[in-house]
Write a new protein. Structure first.
Length: 103
């Protein structure tokens, strides 16, 4: 069964942007939305995750949970989804410069 997904992908190669636009609509730069099957969703995400590198990629897909969605992330990122009693929350990773005390 097809379901609506959203992919946000930064710093990905042009060939991958082209592949994403074959299946999804690029509503703003680096934000893709569309309705695809689970197989296509997984194939697209595998391609995005393998090419993200130092960029940031997030997939939002429907799920049968309290929030109604789940997240997948790839790449170097400051935000990490964590499970808190069945709810997805976002944890921020502090920069090393922020934690240093000024002299």
């Amino acid at each position: 069964m097809a379901s609506m997904i959203t992919i946000s992908a930064t710093a990905i190669p042009d060939h991958l942007r082209g592949a994403l636009t074959r299946w999804l609509l690029e509503v703003t730069p680096q934000l893709y939305v569309g309705t695809v099957s689970a197989r296509v969703r997984d194939e697209l995400w595998d391609a995005v995750a393998s090419c993200t590198g130092t960029g940031i990629s997030v997939l939002v897909q429907p799920s049968d949970n309290e929030q109604g969605f789940e997240l997948r992330t790839a790449g170097t990122r400051r935000r990490h989804p964590i499970d808190f009693d069945g709810m997805t929350l976002i944890a921020f990773q502090s920069d090393s410069k922020e934690t240093e005390k000024p002299l």
